[in-house]
Write a protein that binds this ligand. Sequence first.
Ligand SMILES: [Zn+2]
Length: 327
Amino acid sequence: MSNTALFPNTTSPTFPAAEVGVCAQGPISNRWPAAKINKSAIVDPFVEGSTRYYAKSTIFWLYLSFLVGVFGVLQTQWFVAFTNRPDYTQIRKDIQESKRLQDQLAREYGLRSGSTPSAGIEIHRDLFNTPQTEEIEGQLRFLLQDDLLQSDLKRAFGYDFRDINAVVFPGWLIYESVSEQAGLTPQGELSVLRSSGSSTSLGFTLRDQPEQQRLTIDGRPRIALNVGAFKTRETLRFALFHELFHAMNVPGISPSRFTFAQNDLTYLTEYRSYLWRSGLEGNRQYLIWLLIVIIPWTISLFCILRLVNLRRAKRESDKMLSGYLSS
Ligand SMILES: [Zn+2]
């Protein structure tokens, strides 16, 4: 007896072979398209949210530290030296023309007053007190006796500090109407009050230049020292060293407007090399590099590594998830 004979009216349930095969091998989504699974729904929202937060804060610190590093580079001597190359031919020409004019003014003053202005660097003893005068004398002697410095200057500019005729006077007294005693013309006094006489700087120099109004009565550059210059021996030496360049008629060229840690003479190789050799600036240049370049850019590097790790972890978790869902 056959099954067919026992249940003549019953039709056996049929399962198409093809469909059985799909169930075993094909993707579930093909079989139940309506049951599509939203992957994000099964990712822990806390983990996902905190990863996004870490990524965002890392990107913020990456930008910030990178920009601080860029700002730091703008403060370095290296940046000024790189962007502001001195034109020695022009500098020598400027020095010679100014020196010629100043010598002529000194001769005219001598004829007018009957007393020839003294050569060399004169300290205004009536306006400085004795300890100040002695400190200035000591630091000037130190600088002028440095043969290596003088030979470097002579080679670069045709002049050195020993060729300078100038008068050193206290810058803080300029506000107490000592302009006449200091040998300044009314125009010289005005220019001090307008710009150079900032009490925050260590000093400033007034000098006569061609095609400009006369600032001194006898052509000798006037080096004004502010109170800050007397803070330590090093600050006084630094102030004199800087101002003697100007008294030698070397033009100052301001660095970029984003550079705050360098000055108008940093562009000169001789200026920078003496500062390094003498240690007059202490660890200042090292600190600039360390604190606002190396440390911020190291932080940037760590941020980049962290972002790479976060991205890799995200990719691996995505891969694991899709592997799990497709199994
Ligand atoms: Zn200067």
